[in-house]
Design a protein around this ligand. Structure first.
Ligand code: NOJ
Length: 564
């Protein structure tokens, strides 16, 4: 696979994506250029200069393909067309050219576990038309009794009965997202063609959506009813996943300078390690989710009562394993499926700036290819949903309906806790550009409510403030670009049991970086377990960086980087 890796004079194996900081754009919420309330490709083009200013090297673009939009584009009805909400193919080409002109790359989202039910393949499949009849996972049987007890990741049964074909079809996500039958070689050929097509158009990389789900246990047996969602063990990491990835690699992904990052939910650190370590499957890195799932209840992701407060020592243990075991990790703190990072891991009120910049320091001093989610660079926060009508996310709605079916939700008050705890809409509220109308996102009615704090938290205000969260992201990205230690250096955790301080070193040859983060609202004194007499302060998120870390009391959410 490593045709694109070059070994430098210094002996380091370098690929463009090793040294890249990637920025995820959720196009619906980034910038609307035509006033219909929905972000679009031209809106991104208008802001390519901004992306350049932030200093990022590549954009991961969430889906812009033709789609009925039940899951905001993660339900594709034509893999080779741009949805007209987002523009036309020519707009995509302009975006690619504008990014390439500024030496930025473009990573496309590859949603290949399922299609939309409106995809022509599904329409022909449900009509029983050959060869499409076997493109999806169908089972005949009693319309009252699904073929097995599997539950969907979005809540409710993973099977829906189709009256036209008079059979059940499998969907591990929403019922509008039928799973493709990867056992069928024709399906795999179709997917290969799609990847080739986008690669030929100049795409620099792919983020493979739901990669862990493409192979299912033979015979589709019942799942253990005590696991949640039931059946997950049979529709994650199935017996042919390796073979499918190898085949994709041989046919497409191994061809050229393409980067691949697989989204692997429900995947342990051991499994993620194996996928990245195994030569020949074309995966350069994997999103592993243990750190962002910290404290989540295994029974019910949406139940705040059932989840635990997370604690720093547990977070350190998880991240340390990701950093030291996965051959090339992909650190991230947020994405379009998660609450906002500063609300989850920081203090989004009293120490908003401090904790957002601490998180920036953390993300950008970890090993691997870091991914910044849009808005994180200005410290965007969770919002409060006051009514169910304000919620658009299909997953949240499905979970609310599941609770409703049990007779819990007579009013929004009954489900307000779960919605506000977990809704994926937290990260999808429109990007906050200015303090003007609709935060400068649109001249129309935004498709999703804005966070009121756009009056204070916005790009324009951040640009005017030399101590803003944005400014820290820019400086830290520059620092990472200049300093190989932050990209390639070995990571070593210090003080694993300290409940406030997260400290670690990164070492490359003779050079070492020391990072000290006071991940708490109380001062904390750093007693260094490693010699620090020769270290120089490099960066920090308070005006002055303490010059000698050992014995220093770090202020609330203070973050500092030293060079040894
Ligand atoms: C993972 C994506 O990140 C999420 O947004 C989507 O709903 C599911 N996969 C299904 O495609």
């Amino acid at each position: 696979m490593d045709t694109h890796v070059e070994t430098g004079d210094d002996g380091i194996d370098r690929a463009w994506w090793n040294e890249a900081v990637v920025y995820q754009i959720y196009p619906r919420s980034f910038n609307d250029s035509d006033g219909d309330g929905v972000g679009d490709l031209s809106g991104i083009v208008e802001n390519v200069e901004y992306l350049d200013e932030v200093g990022i090297d590549a954009v991961w673009l969430s889906p812009v393909y033709e789609s009925p939009g039940e899951d905001n584009g993660y339900d594709i009805s034509d893999y080779r067309a741009i949805d007209n909400q987002y523009g036309e193919m020519a707009d995509w080409e302009t975006l690619l050219a504008e990014l390439h002109d500024r030496d930025m790359r473009l990573i496309m989202d590859l949603v290949i576990n399922h299609t939309a039910d409106e995809h022509e393949w599904f329409q022909r499949s449900r009509a029983g038309e050959e060869p499409y009849d076997d493109y999806y996972i169908w089972r005949e049987g009693n319309p009252e009794e699904p073929p097995n007890n599997w539950e969907s990741i979005f809540g409710g049964p993973a099977w829906s009965y189709d009256a036209q074909r008079e059979a059940w079809y499998l969907h591990v996500f929403d019922e509008s997202q039928p799973d493709l039958n990867w056992r069928n070689p024709d399906v795999r050929r179709e997917i290969t063609d799609v990847i080739r097509w986008w690669h030929k158009k100049g795409t620099d990389g792919f983020r493979i959506d739901a990669a862990s789900h493409i192979s299912k246990t033979d015979g589709l047996p019942d799942g253990d009813p005590d696991t949640h969602p039931t059946g997950i063990a049979h529709y994650s990491h199935g017996p042919r996943l390796d073979a499918y990835l190898d085949e994709l690699h041989e046919r497409t992904l191994g061809d050229g300078n393409v980067m691949t990052v697989a989204e692997m939910g429900h995947t342990t650190i051991e499994q993620a390690t194996e996928y990245v370590a195994r030569e020949g499957n074309g995966l350069d890195t994997v999103f592993q989710f243990d750190h962002v799932g910290i404290g989540d209840s295994p029974e019910d992701l949406f139940d705040p009562e059932a989840s635990d407060e997370w604690d720093l020592t547990a977070l350190k243990a998880i991240v340390t394993r990701q950093q030291t075991e996965i051959p090339w990790p992909a650190p991230f703190l947020g994405n379009h499926d998660l609450p906002r990072a500063v609300s989850l891991f920081g203090d989004d009120e009293q120490y908003h700036r401090e904790s957002a910049t601490l998180l920036a320091t953390f993300l950008l001093t970890l090993r691997g290819t870091p991914f910044v989610y849009q808005g994180e660079e200005i410290g965007m926060t969770n919002v409060t949903f006051e009514r169910l009508e304000e919620v658009e996310d299909v997953m949240t709605v499905s979970h609310v309906e599941e609770h409703d079916a049990e007779g819990v939700a007579d009013s929004f008050e009954d489900v307000k806790g779960m919605v506000n705890y977990r809704s994926r809409d937290h990260s999808r509220t429109p990007m906050q550009w200015t303090d003007g109308t609709n935060a400068g996102f649109t001249e129309g009615d935004p498709w999703l409510k804005l966070n009121d704090n756009y009056r204070e938290i916005n790009v324009e205000a951040a640009r005017a403030d030399s101590n803003s969260v944005l400014d820290h992201y820019r400086d830290l990205i520059d620092l990472r670009h200049e300093w190989d230690v932050l990209v390639y250096g070995d990571y070593e955790l210090l003080l694993p049991d300290h409940e406030q301080l997260y400290a670690y070193t990164r070492t490359l040859g003779e050079e070492r970086a020391l990072i000290v983060l006071n991940w708490s609202a109380e001062p904390a004194t750093f007693e260094s377990p490693v010699p620090t007499h020769d270290v120089d302060p490099v960066a920090g998120n308070y005006m002055d960086v303490p010059s000698a870390p050992d014995g220093t009391t770090f202020r609330p959410y203070e973050a500092a980087i030293y060079r040894d």
